[in-house]
Design a binder for this molecule. Structure first.
Ligand code: SAM
Length: 321
């Protein structure tokens, strides 16, 4: 009797052991699955250096609009308008609000203004808000293959605040050359040194943010840390065949009237598409690093409000074909 009982007790523990192993293996498998999903998610977190939030950009792009007006006032005189039905293209138009500003600098009898962006969302938004009988918006990748009907079609090529998002600079500049008709000209502005890129670089090296910022180099202007970017751009353009090339590194100052204004501007263009709570945390660290590096000058007035100065370099290119 005792031996039989002992046998059942042993059997019980044997089954218990097998059962526990089974449960553990299930837990382990689900852990692996969860972990795998996490890794897959991290690997698939691909930057889209395209406009994700045209509606948000539309209300947070004062810095870009101000820069476009300054450049059009200062360099617009170099544009050789024919005043006889000019055709123009605006590359990387985003939400279309700067295209709308550009229209005011064009002769009233311009024939067509085609504004392009790689982001379908941005083009849809721009078409809904800024198109008219002579102005249209379409999807186009500046560094892709050009549609045949656009080659040599434009007297003027414009691009504001967009070319620093392009990875293959030479291809983009070759395309600009191809879009121009003989004797046509271009006015292009894009970022050189910009303090926010240095902040991204620092944050990308800390554990907390490295997975979010792992491909940050794709987002940082290729001219941010380049020595003499104006000379490099000019050399590239000469090689392509442009004439009358003038490249200026324009020192710009923009005063944000609050920390909130900086957050909104950064959010409107950040490529990571962070969820709101992650973004709040990110911006806390972003602002702390910017202060630590002395990249933003904070002015406090005597009623406790602060404004923040941001100095950066805008490359402004004028040239003709
Ligand atoms: C910062 S926004 C500038 C928008 C507008 N030009 C302005 O001054 O406010 C840059 C735009 O370039 C677009 N972009 C990025 N890569 C592009 C590409 N390869 N081809 C066309 N547009 C591109 C983005 O989608 C984005 O809308």
């Amino acid at each position: 009797m005792y031996t039989v009982l002992l046998h059942y007790v042993r059997l019980f523990y044997a089954y218990k052991y097998v059962y526990e192993q089974f449960i553990q293996s299930i837990q382990f498998t689900s852990l692996i699955v969860v972990h795998f999903e996490f890794i897959k998610d991290q690997c698939q977190r691909k930057y889209t250096t395209t406009m994700n939030h045209p509606d948000m950009y539309n209300i947070s792009n004062a810095i870009q609009k101000k820069a476009a007006i300054q450049c059009l006032d200062e360099f617009g005189k170099k544009i050789n308008w024919s005043n006889n039905g000019d055709n123009a293209v605006d590359l990387g138009c985003g939400d279309g609000s700067v295209t709308n500003i550009l229209k005011k600098y064009m002769p009233r009898n311009y024939r067509k203004l085609v504004a392009c962006d790689i982001s379908e969302k941005a083009v849809k938004y721009a078409n809904e808000h800024h198109s008219d009988e002579n102005t249209s918006f379409r999807v186009l990748d500046i560094e892709g293959e050009l549609p045949e009907e656009m080659r040599g079609e434009f007297n003027h090529v414009f691009s504001f605040y967009a070319l620093h998002w392009i990875h293959d600079q030479e291809k983009a500049f070759r395309n600009i050359y191809s879009l121009l008709s003989d004797g046509g000209d271009c006015l292009l502005t894009f970022l050189g040194y910009m303090p926010c890129y240095s902040v991204y670089s620092v944050l990308s090296r800390c554990n907390k943010w490295e997975s979010w910022l792992k491909d940050i180099d794709l987002f940082i202007s290729p001219y941010h840390t380049m020595q003499d970017p104006d000379i490099k751009v000019k050399e590239m353009m000469e090689e392509i065949g442009f004439r009358n090339i003038n490249v200026t590194c324009k020192e710009m100052l923009y005063v944000f009237d609050s920390v909130e204004a900086i957050k909104n501007t950064v959010k409107a263009i950040e490529p990571f598409d962070m969820p709101k709570d992650v973004y709040e945390d990110f911006m806390q660290d972003y602002y702390a690093v910017a202060q630590e590096l002395g990249l933003m000058e904070i002015n406090n007035n005597n009623v406790g409000e602060s404004s923040i100065n941001c100095s950066y370099c805008l490359l402004v290119v004028c040239a003709s074909k």
